[in-house]
Design a protein around this ligand. Sequence first.
Ligand SMILES: NC(=O)c1ccc[n+]([C@@H]2O[C@H](COP(=O)([O-])OP(=O)(O)OC[C@H]3O[C@@H](n4cnc5c(N)ncnc54)[C@H](OP(=O)(O)O)[C@@H]3O)[C@@H](O)[C@H]2O)c1
Length: 298
Amino acid sequence: MKVLLFGANGQLGNDLHKVFRAAGDTVVPLTHAQVDVCNEQRVAEVLGEAKPDLVLNTAAFHKVEECEKKPELAFQVNASAPMKLAAACQRSGAVLVHFSTDYAFGGYSKSTPYEETDRPAPLNVYGVSKVAGEDLIAYNTDRYFVVRVCGLYGIAGSSGKGGNFVENMLKKALAGDAIRVVDDQVLTPTYTVDLAEAVRKLVLSGKSGLYHLSSEGQCSWYEFTRYIFECAGLQANLSPCKTTDFFSPVKRPAYSVLSKAKLRGLGLSIPTWKDALPRYLKEREAKNSAAAPVPATV
Ligand SMILES: NC(=O)c1ccc[n+]([C@@H]2O[C@H](COP(=O)([O-])OP(=O)(O)OC[C@H]3O[C@@H](n4cnc5c(N)ncnc54)[C@H](OP(=O)(O)O)[C@@H]3O)[C@@H](O)[C@H]2O)c1
């Protein structure tokens, strides 16, 4: 399969690149510096040059607080660009995989996992712009996978968010900081390697449409943080707190767990968040020891 990848430098983009390449696909990775997905003409050019079977779009404007201040930019990157990309894919015959978010939900209360058939009710500009992107893709092509994901962490870290949650918590613990984490927001943290592998299998199923895809299980951010320190063998000064303890200009869902029943209906699965984290820490350790300077021999 020939694959064109937008947002190749991001944490999900990095792992999609590795997973598809390892499976024998030809991947053309494109970074933001090489192609801005908002540049319709440039996107058409690269599609025409590469003639991909599959386009993976991880590019997004997902700094949620910035999205509140710059709604036009949020809609440009998260809705208008995917719409144009979908139309270009439809013209060229490529299948489009686009990533959306658990922040599609939160506007009404639910305490069981959201199905793809549940009505979206985003609470912030980021969520609204991503849901608009989903609909505009479905309107412009019939060969698409829109994959709603949740709580991503991967070895490359999110360039948009300055690292990832696991790295930020480890850094604070090693610095001896007092760490307070909310225990009233429940989600599913998701390792981008597991996600990338599941995405490839989903594409190969040929059953296009809207999918929910995060690790299995659920936890609060506090429970996840406790597990990070347990797996890393760190004694940290960690305590739980409530969302209302911090001021934020952005509303976030209290519960945004995504049901994987539709995925399981295809005979596919993804590991649990508890299974994933130790594998991430191993990958991280291997990366850090490869980067460590070789001691001078006497
Ligand atoms: N991270 C999460 O927890 C999370 C949760 C739910 C959904 N998602 C969705 O999952 C997807 C992947 O997220 P991620 O965590 O992998 O993000 P990421 O690490 O920040 O990667 C996004 C990539 O897109 C690039 N990009 C941004 N704007 C672009 C533009 N206009 N044109 C071309 N490239 C652009 C970024 O490059 P620069 O940094 O150089 O701008 C970055 O390399 C996104 O669609 C996001 O909305 C993420």
